[in-house]
Ligand binder design. Structure first.
Ligand SMILES: Cc1cc2nc3c(=O)[nH]c(=O)nc-3n(C[C@H](O)[C@H](O)[C@H](O)COP(=O)(O)OP(=O)(O)OC[C@H]3O[C@@H](n4cnc5c(N)ncnc54)[C@H](O)[C@@H]3O)c2cc1C
Length: 433
């Protein structure tokens, strides 16, 4: 038995771990189920935990199977890290079309949560670029699914929270790039109206767009808007290797994020970026993965861990509701400096349970302060629920079942694809088994 936790560090649980290394022996392990596939455990809550049960650790399924440098087609096993794909592909003129804010994520994990990046309006989600998958079910069946064969299984498995079977391998369509560099434009905004205007303006001519918002500022909703495009030149001089990383060496006895530190930190961050506003050139790594620079930064929330609350407010007219959420967060004096605001565009979802959909997403980390934090979440849930919004399962450790059911209207359809030999902490909490 091993103790496993997830990124939020809300409490390690006992698991029986099976380490997969060989794609041919996956069937024997999975058929002996029940269990749950696990990648890097970078999900924040219990979607990657199976407390008291088995996990199939996929990190040993780390082989590249085939790469077509002419067409940018990559076949690899599901435990390959996004980092390794970027390092392989960028120097050859290709890149992942969609990537989340950390590259310490496996292909299997990226598919199971149908992750998104800063470019939903131009490239959709990770699942949009999966050409085919091989899935191992616990009844022994191994299935290939693609846009032509078993297409419905592809859309159940992209965003399927690991519950449709173990993904053994995937074929991904990469996108061409001229090099590792991005042209970045950074602007300060004051007021949500300005954020929405900047997002709208960015859609037509910027591939990436994301904002940081100062949730501790008492006045207008100030923040920093960052948009970027791939730079149209090659840059052979640029190092595309693994950036230097430093780690938090210990877990502090209390959260470093608290009422005393939040306001001054946010104010300093805002001023620094406002001062540096304007055009710059950035390597893709710090722009896509700023938090990866600090290993185990999740320890800064202390021994009780933290929650991330990521919601989607649907529609095009979301300013009033986002303002209501921010006002509730300010009033509770919680929140952290990791507060991100993005808009998603209207496009068909890759998966039945994909999180992104037309609207605005707000993501914030909260130190775990027990009841106080849960009271705030109840308030936020009621706002999100009242407008037909949803929470992101990859970040969740506590959403009520009713909010999951109302937020994901294709849930019933999805259930037909579940593998009865797979369950997680999240599935037991939200689906009953
Ligand atoms: C710093 C940071 C930034 C992030 N930024 C973003 C972001 O911008 N956008 C975003 O969408 N997400 C983001 N995330 C969340 C992260 O991308 C997802 O949680 C991702 O799914 C984690 O992948 P993993 O390999 O760690 O999988 P795990 O967390 O271990 O597992 C996640 C799910 O995938 C399933 N799974 C894993 N491997 C397989 C497999 N082989 N077959 C079937 N199912 C499998 C698991 O059962 C589980 O349901 C971020 C996370 C961090 C820590």
């Amino acid at each position: 038995m091993v103790m496993l936790d997830s990124w939020g560090r809300l409490g390690a649980e006992q698991h029986q771990a099976h380490y997969l290394h060989d794609a041919n022996s996956v069937k024997d392990v999975v058929s002996a189920g029940p269990g749950l596939a696990r990648g890097m455990g970078r999900s924040y809550g219990d979607v990657c935990l199976n407390p008291g049960g088995a996990v199939w650790d996929c990190l040993g399924l780390d082989k590249f199977i085939d790469f077509d440098p002419e067409r940018g087609l990559l076949r690899c096993e599901a435990g390959v890290l996004l980092r390794d794909i970027q390092l392989l592909a960028v120097s050859r003129g290709w890149m992942l079309p969609v990537t989340p804010g950390s590259w310490f994520v496996t292909v299997g994990g990226a598919i199971a949560n149908d992750v998104h990046g800063k470019n939903h309006h131009s490239f959709g989600t990770f699942g949009d670029h999966v050409r085919s998958l091989v899935i191992q079910r616990t009844d022994g069946q191994r299935m290939t699914c693609s846009r032509d064969t078993n297409q419905d299984w592809l859309s159940a498995t992209a965003g399927g929270l690991g519950l449709t079977g173990l993904i053994v391998e995937a074929e991904l369509q990469l996108r061409p790039v001229t090099g590792p560099l991005l042209d970045v434009d950074t602007q300060a905004f004051s007021g949500l109206g300005q954020f929405y205007q900047m997002s709208e303006d960015a859609k037509a001519s910027w591939e990436y767009a994301v904002a940081w918002i100062d949730c501790a500022h008492p006045g207008s909703r100030r923040g920093i808007f960052m948009r970027a495009n791939h730079r149209d030149v090659s840059a052979d001089n640029f190092d595309s290797g693994i950036p230097r990383q430093f780690s938090l060496p210990v877990t502090p006895p209390v959260s470093l994020v608290n009422a005393l530190t939040l306001k001054p930190f946010n104010a300093a961050y805002y001023r620094l970026h406002k001062w540096r506003a304007g055009k710059s050139v950035s390597h893709y790594q710090p722009y896509f993965y700023p938090l990866d620079k600090v290993g185990e930064w999740n320890r800064m929330y202390g021994p009780k861990g933290f929650y991330q609350y990521q919601c989607l407010i649907p529609g095009t007219n979301t300013e009033v509701v986002v303002e209501e959420l921010l006002a509730a967060i300010s009033a509770a004096n919680c929140g952290s400096f990791l507060a991100v605001l993005k808009t998603f565009s209207k496009r068909p979802a890759a998966g039945l349970l994909s999180f992104p959909s037309e609207g605005t997403t707000l993501a914030l980390d909260f130190p775990n302060r027990g009841l106080k934090t849960h009271d705030l979440f109840a308030r936020l849930d009621s706002i999100v629920g009242s407008v037909g919004g949803r929470l992101y399962a990859a970040k969740d450790a506590r959403m009520p079942k009713s909010l999951f059911e109302s937020g994901y209207p294709r849930l019933e359809e999805f259930l037909a694809y579940r593998d009865p030999g797979i369950s997680s902490g999240l599935s037991r909490r939200l689906l009953g088994d």
